[in-house]
Structures are given as C-alpha cells and as structure tokens.
Ligand binder design. Structure first.
Ligand SMILES: Cc1cc2nc3c(=O)[nH]c(=O)nc-3n(C[C@H](O)[C@H](O)[C@H](O)COP(=O)(O)OP(=O)(O)OC[C@H]3O[C@@H](n4cnc5c(N)ncnc54)[C@H](O)[C@@H]3O)c2cc1C
Length: 493
C-alpha cells in the first residue's frame, strides 16, 4: 500500500489548524507542532478565578466568510458555534463623552447621525453603498484567490479595479464625499487600524470593513472567540491531524530547493514531504531558515501597530458598560502619527474596552465582571528604547480616565487582579516580529501580489499560512489563507 504523503504545520494558530484540517481531509498525514501548551495562537484564551479572557480577537466579523470556510471543511458553522449578533456593535464615545451607538437599526442611526451633522444620514447610506461594492469586489477579485504569477494580478480585467476599488484614493480624504464632521469620519474609518494602517494612508478600498461590520454584523460565539479555535481543532482531529504542544521548532532543515523537516528545540528532528509555516512569516525567514537577503528585506517592511492589553477581574458588575466600547479621540490624526511614526502612545489615545459578560454571563463569576481594555501603541523599535512599564502605566491611566468620564470612576478600587500584555509579550508568546499584533501591514505595496506569497520562492515544498502572508490579518482571513495554501499544496504536490 502507498504511504500517505506527510505534512508538518509549524504553529497551531487559526491558519495552521485550518490548513492542517484541509490537508488531512485530502489524505495527507498531518502533524501540527506548537510551541505553546494550547492551540489558537493570537486567538488565545486564559481563565483566572472564574474570569475568562479572550486574549486576542474579540470581534467575530465577516460571518459569511466563517460560514463558507467551515463548509469548505465539511462542517456547519451554525452547528458548531452558538452565535448571537451584537447590536449595537460598538458604543463610540467621543472626548466630550457624547456617544454614537453603531447599530443596524436605521431609525436610530438616522437620529444619531443627524444630531451630530444634519444631512449626514444620506451620506451614511451612500458610504455604505460604496463599502458594499468594495467588499464584494475585493473579496472576489483580491482576497479569495491565490496570485501565483504577476500576470494573475496585473491584467486587463483588474485594471478596472483602479477606479472601482479606489486603491489610490486615501480613505480619510474619501470621507469628505460623505461626511463633514471629523467625528463621523473617524467613526467609519477607525477599522483601518485592524489592517495596521492609519486612515490617512489607507486606501479608500477599506470602507469594506465598516460596511461588513454594519451590514453583516458583529457577532459573538457563546463562550467567546476561543470557541472558533476549539471547533477547528475538533474538525482537524476528526480528519486525523495530530497535535504536538510545548514543542518549539528551532530550525527548518533545507536541502537545495526543498525542505525536508524541522529540528525542535528539545533536539527532536521530524521529517515531512511538505512544510506549512503558520508562525509569523517574517519570523520564519529570520529565525527558522538559513539567512538570506529576503529575511532582511522582510524585516524592513512596514508592520502593523501593537497593543497594550489589560485583563481585569472585577468584584462588581458594570452593567452600564456595553460589550464593545470604543473611545475615539478627537485628535485622530495625531493619534495615528504617534503610534505609527513615533512608535509610541498618543497623548490622548483612542482605546477599546470589552465586557464579555454582557454577552455571555459565564465569562465572569456570579456578581463579578471580566473586563479587557486594549490600547494601540507602536510596535517594538529596533533600539529597544521604549519603556514599556511607563507606557503601560500611562495607558492604564487613560483607560481609567476615559471610563470615569462615563461615570465608572471606581474601577481601580474594584480590581481583583490584573494581567497585562505589551509588545514584548506578543513577541515572546507568539514569535511575532516587532511584537506587531497584526503582522505585516496592509498598505498598497504589501497587498495582493505584493504581499509575501503563500509558497517560498526557493524551497518549493515550503508554504505559508496566516496573517503576514496572503490575504492578510484577521481570523476569517486566516481561514481563507489556510484554504488557499491547502489548494496550492494539493495542486503542486
Ligand atoms: C490583540 C488582538 C486583537 C485582535 N482582534 C481581532 C478581532 O477582533 N477579530 C479578528 O478577526 N481578528 C483579530 N485579531 C487578529 C487575529 O487574531 C489574527 O490575525 C489571527 O488569529 C492570526 O492567525 P494566524 O493564522 O496568523 O496564526 P498566529 O495566531 O500567528 O499563530 C501562529 C502560531 O505559531 C506558533 N509558533 C510561532 N513560532 C513557533 C515555533 N518556532 N515553533 C512552533 N510554534 C510556533 C505560535 O505560538 C502561534 O500559536 C486580533 C489580534 C490581536 C493580537
């Protein structure tokens, strides 16, 4: 009997688990090697004294993508995840404590928008139309497909995208066609930070993000985002995937134009016909492969920002706090300059607070609350000059100050414990280059055909999945990345 081809996947992040499941379903013998003691990568979870924390993603967006990708794995998303729509998706809070609740309720949106800027509801409807067009075109033509050759990207058909997707028009500048109020321009562009970009440099194409959040909704799987990881692991195991945890790959073993296995930090050496690297792509080039000029070139590329996260167990319930609260600073441009150019913390940072127990009471013990605050900051600089303790303390002060303006003035005295992550933690825990939480950013020169491809240029049986390869960051995108890489592996091996 012919032996099954073997594959090793380095890393049990979303992309790694899903790629492993695809390959095993097609008959490969797949082993996933993960340095941490549990799967999930950035989509991580920890619990303390009955408080449950999603350590990375908290927003389940693009539900159609999840649905399609679960179906591609032979499963029903709705059978595996108990989803509820979060509506309003976010409560936006401005510097003067005035609020805007982003909701699918059009009457409420109309009233709220008109009170901020008369006439803006019409602008909102037109902006959503543009976002709808961008979303569908970008998903079909740029995201949901591989680009193996330049001609697959640069062709006559794609030429029309230069006008229809507005890649050469700045996102923020484009907002003037829809809104005059700087607060409304901010309310519908802040999602660019998920792409690692400032709206002042992001292409107007990214109106697809607020569109999908508002039109398709922000959802919450009962039990938190980690349920997605558990569902994927279940599917992978059913397909026969083996997982090895607490095992760090130290080196990829190469021979000519092929890789033939991995060496682990504990001295073990494992062989495979195909390798799939889910660890952050620039890290793989820099630390796991023989050094070459590409590793250095990748290191010099643009990276997304990082975040300081606070995980708090609290001895009372702050029922007045919605599930997702976003404090948006009026000095919006200065915020991005400080994070992206100065690699620092803004004077008055925009920040996000998540209260998961508003959506699922089991995320906190009875009578208590579980809170997560995320403050975007610059990624690690090269000379290590950032003082993360000082930045952490300043960031914490800003969260307390912002919450106090909402009437939550006593949080500090009700904290039972605090866990914090900063860019050094992100780098250490998941081997993310520069501690950048979203990997390589998504500016025009790092998108589509320009993004590092999902196969190595020299080693023809080494493939990549995850945030820093095509198509890019985010849990749903990692699922697409896994399917695209698996399709390519199966076609080429
Ligand atoms: C704070 C934060 C908030 C986010 N919010 C959202 C959100 O709300 N919604 C959303 O959709 N997305 C969000 N994201 C993005 C999303 O989490 C990621 O894009 C996605 O999870 C990345 O998955 P990945 O496949 O790239 O794998 P990764 O998560 O990068 O996993 C790679 C795995 O490889 C392992 N590894 C690394 N090196 C080695 C080695 N040498 N040997 C063995 N194993 C190794 C790592 O430990 C890790 O488990 C957020 C991310 C962060 C950090």
């Amino acid at each position: 009997m012919m032996e099954k081809p073997t594959a090793i996947v380095i890393g049990a992040g979303i992309g790694g688990i899903a790629a492993a499941a695809h390959l095993a379903r097609q008959g490969l013998h797949v082993t996933v090697i993960e340095k941490n003691s549990q799967p999930g990568g950035r989509c991580d979870r920890f619990a303390r004294d009955g408080h449950v924390f999603d350590a990375g993603p908290t927003l389940f967006i693009m539900p159609h993508v999840y649905q399609a990708e679960f179906a591609a794995l032979g499963a029903s998303m709705h059978e595996m995840l108990e989803l509820q729509r979060v509506d309003p998706s976010y409560h936006l809070v401005f510097d003067d404590s005035s609020q805007l609740a982003l909701t699918s309720d059009m009457k409420s949106m109309c009233e709220q928008l008109e009170s901020i800027q008369p006439g803006s509801f019409q602008g909102y409807l037109r902006y959503m139309e543009e976002g709808d067009r961008h979303y569908h075109l970008a998903m079909e033509r740029l995201v949901n497909r591989n680009f193996r050759t330049a001609s697959e990207f640069f062709n006559f058909r794609n030429l029309s995208l230069l006008t229809s997707l507005k890649p050469l028009v700045g996102h923020y500048r484009n907002m003037s066609a829809y809104f005059q109020s700087p607060r409304l321009k901010a309310a519908f562009t802040f999602q660019d930070v998920y792409m690692g970009l400032s709206p002042f440099e992001a292409p107007a194409t990214f109106s697809m993000m607020p569109f999908t959040e508002l039109a398709h909704g922000v959802w919450y799987p009962r039990g938190g985002m980690y349920q997605v990881v558990q569902a994927l692991v279940e599917l992978a195991r059913q397909a026969g995937v083996e997982f090895v945890f607490d095992a760090e790959v130290e080196r990829i073993e190469v021979n000519g134009t092929r890789v033939h296995g991995v060496a682990l930090a504990d001295g073990r050496r494992l062989k495979a016909d195909v390798l799939v690297a889910n660890a952050d792509l620039p890290y793989v080039y820099r630390h796991l492969l023989p050094q070459d000029a590409i590793a250095e070139r990748l290191y010099r590329k643009r990276y997304s920002c990082s975040v300081i996260s606070f995980f708090w167990g609290v001895d009372k319930i702050y029922a007045e706090l919605g599930a997702h609260t976003l404090f948006l600073a009026d000095d919006y441009r200065a915020n991005f300059e400080s994070i992206i150019e100065k690699l620092s913390l803004p004077e008055n940072p925009s920040l996000y607070v998540h209260a998961p127990a508003r959506l699922d009471a089991s995320m906190a013990p009875q009578g208590k609350d579980t809170l997560i605050a995320i403050v975007p900051v610059g990624h690690l600089d090269e000379n290590g000059q950032q003082d993360w303790r000082e930045l952490r303390d300043r960031a914490r002060g800003h969260v307390f100050r912002r919450l106090a303006a909402l009437g939550i003035a006593d949080l500090e005295s009700h904290l039972l414990f605090e866990v914090t992550y900063n860019p050094l933690s992100w780098r250490k825990r998941y081997n993310l280059v520069k501690g950048s939480t979203h990997g390589l950013c998504h500016n025009l020169t790092q998108l589509g055909y320009f993004r590092p491809a999902n196969r190595h240029g020299r080693y023809h049986n080494l493939y990549f999945v995850g945030a820093s390869t095509h198509p890019g960051t985010g849990v749903p995108t990692a699922l697409i990345s896994a399917r695209l890489a698996a399709e390519r592996i199966l076609a080429e091996n």
